[in-house]
Design a binder for this molecule. Sequence first.
Ligand code: SAM
Length: 181
Amino acid sequence: MTTFGYAQSHDYDRRATRLLTGLYRRIAIDVDTRTTDSATVVDLGTGPGKLLSHLAGRRPDLHLHGIDRSPHMIDIARRTSAEQQIELAVADVTELPYREASIDFVVSSLSMHEWPDLPAAATELRRVLRPGGAAGLYDFRFARTRRIQRALGAVFGSVDTETVRLPRHPVALITCYRVTA
Ligand SMILES: C[S@@+](CC[C@H](N)C(=O)[O-])C[C@H]1O[C@@H](n2cnc3c(N)ncnc32)[C@H](O)[C@@H]1O
């Protein structure tokens, strides 16, 4: 299990800016097309908050939230989004600081492979999604695929998966898991 301390968080922030902008842009387009006006969206394991920042630029009407268990990542995310309306909190995916059925869309990128208790995370995700709400969870294609599908399937019934190829990447490295409450 990786813990993002101070140095690791800052190092990740630098690398993410350089390498992952295409992914954040791709996911922001996805969230844009799947959310209605003024929807409430949460990014789980938001890290340095780059995805949320892209989303805020693209869809200023959304109510954006992000959580991460690393306080260093949340510090960076607060700086990244200083000029934007984004609610950030230090929290674990198994204990989200949101009311039942209060969230329209949940997104996550490159975080699930680190979640130690996938069944508990899936149950918590289901708790906060409103009926009809949905999630698009992006992670490395070959990381814990079966365990992720099993955990989400046990709570949501069915899980759709989509292989995601990024511009200028010859190999598709990302899978998106989609569930609906
Ligand atoms: C590889 S980083 C990805 C960050 C960001 N989503 C991105 O795409 O750049 C993984 C993040 O997930 C967070 N994380 C891992 N397990 C977590 C958990 N159980 N609850 C909340 N955050 C978690 C880590 O602290 C880290 O910031």
